[in-house]
Write a protein that binds this ligand. Structure first.
Ligand SMILES: C[S@@+](CC[C@H](N)C(=O)[O-])C[C@H]1O[C@@H](n2cnc3c(N)ncnc32)[C@H](O)[C@@H]1O
Length: 229
């Protein structure tokens, strides 16, 4: 088993409190983090998550909803079908932003919830996305158990996970500084080693459908095994 370096000791309430900035500031900060800590692009995220939205979809840790909004526009542009979405987050200020953004949209429900304790029936959703958030969860095993529980057999999960910085020294140093700041602030629980997070995902009962390491991010699509016939 691969073990990571010590993580931040923030509880999920500290983490939720760290997301108390106004949603517009969160969006600008997010783009900076995406470029220099993940070393990824918005386009890559839109394609990863936009393709994994089934008829009844769960958006885990939706944040202010700005990424999902872009993804839904991309889906409309691609002519992909409209879907029913339930989105939730633990940080109320983020939900306020999402509620404003998606107000009046009958196919979108927004809830306050902790990913480790979900109030949905087993096997509810066709798909789930965890965008930019798995490494924010203080109880990742509990979170994965809940997401797997509420997915239908055969349902899919897409996620991107922040890895410990890799690559050229200068870029690595910049990403390390951003991560340390994020952990102090409480917006990051821990980055992961690639082998470690892969092992955890498989241990949760999901099978890997597609995966790539890109920059400092592990992008992965997984499937809950179908029910035996
Ligand atoms: C970096 S943001 C990502 C938000 C959004 N998915 C995006 O890509 O823009 C991480 C989100 O995870 C949420 N979060 C952290 N711990 C959580 C928990 N235990 N349950 C639900 N949401 C949580 C935070 O409140 C925050 O909105």
């Amino acid at each position: 088993m691969v073990r990571s370096a010590p993580t931040s000791d923030h509880s999920r309430d500290t983490i939720a409190g760290a997301y108390s900035s106004p949603p517009w500031w969160y969006d600008i900060r997010g783009l900076f983090i995406l470029t220099f800590a993940y070393r990824s692009t918005l386009g890559r995220q839109v394609r990863l998550f936009g393709r994994n939205i089934g008829a009844y979809h769960l958006e885990v840790a939706i944040g202010s909803g700005s990424l999902l909004d872009i993804i839904l526009r991309w889906r409309r542009w691609k002519g992909l079908p409209r879907v029913q979405i339930v989105g939730f987050d633990y940080a109320e200020p983020m939900l306020v932003g999402a509620r404003q953004r998606f107000s009046g949209k009958p196919d979108m429900a927004l809830l306050h919830a902790d990913v480790s304790s979900l109030d949905f029936a087993d096997a509810s959703f066709d798909s789930a996305n965890i965008a930019n958030a798995m490494h924010c969860f203080s109880d990742l095993d509990g979170a994965l158990a809940e997401v797997v529980r509420v997915l239908k057999p055969g349902g899919t999960l897409a996620a991107n996970v922040l890895l410990y910085p890799r690559g050229p020294r200068l870029l690595r140093r910049i990403a390390e500084q951003i991560n340390q700041w994020g952990m102090r602030k409480g917006i990051l629980y821990t980055p992961y080693h690639h082998a470690e997070i892969r092992e955890k995902l498989i241990a949760s009962g999901l099978a890997i459908v597609a995966e790539e390491v890109c920059g400092n991010a592990y992008n992965v699509v997984l499937r809950k095994p179908p029910e035996p016939v």
